[in-house]
Design a protein around this ligand. Structure first.
Ligand SMILES: [Zn+2]
Length: 206
């Protein structure tokens, strides 16, 4: 019973990575137990309904719009048999807090949650930070900065879109260190200011 949380500044953790994390940290007997993985149906990049571990075990993987529908979709009896529930892309689930509390406290499940703690603006993303008080343990993961190879703790959006939820891979996001996150923002801001001042000049000369 219990829950643990993996926060990542990287792009979205892959399901295989979640399994590795589970095995490496808190669920040493993972593959002997009954496990299901839930991911958001907002991310359609991987159309999986099951995943195969390196040991050849096949685990069910459900792509859902919310977590509250999981029990029904998975089957009530099958749910009762589950030991471990892995949640991928946790930032996309609005009902994350209630689901984790219910599953861990009342249903006796081990809940492994992987998600982004912050968005590309370094603001809290979804409900991921809200469930930290529920968790037995929290691990903050890092990637490598794409520009210098140092520890990357932030995600930089390469494109100009400003909506919070923009699903994409390396074409849209890149992991960066603090120095490169800040310097990139400075460059972006400076470019914007120049463009805006040029607009003003054009208007005044017209
Ligand atoms: Zn860097």
């Amino acid at each position: 019973m219990g829950a643990c949380n993996f926060l990542s500044p990287q792009l979205i953790l892959s399901i295989q990575e979640i399994l590795q994390l589970c095995e490496a940290s808190c669920c040493t007997a993972l593959l002997c137990r009954s496990v299901a993985i839930i991911k958001s149906n907002k991310d359609t990049r991987y159309g999986l309904d099951s995943i195969v571990t390196h040991d050849g075990a096949k685990l069910p993987c459900l792509a859902l719009p919310d977590l509250s529908s999981f029990r029904q979709k998975f089957g009530l009896d099958a749910y009762d048999q589950l030991d471990v529930i892995g949640i991928d892309e946790a930032q996309f689930f609005e009902d994350l807090y209630d689901f984790c509390r219910e599953a861990a406290d009342h249903d006796g499940k081990r809940v492994i949650v992987a998600g982004l703690d912050g968005n590309y603006l370094r603001r809290s993303f979804g409900s991921v930070l809200d469930i930290i008080p529920l968790a037995d343990s929290v691990t903050k993961l890092t990637a490598r900065c794409e520009l210098c190879g140092k520890r990357a703790i932030f995600t930089l959006r390469k494109t100009e879109e400003t909506q919070t939820e923009l699903i994409g891979g390396a074409d849209v996001y890149m992991p960066v260190c603090r120095q490169h996150y800040v310097s990139r923002l400075v460059v972006k801001e400076a470019a914007k200011t120049v463009l805006e001042s040029q607009d003003v000049q054009c208007v005044s000369y017209a």
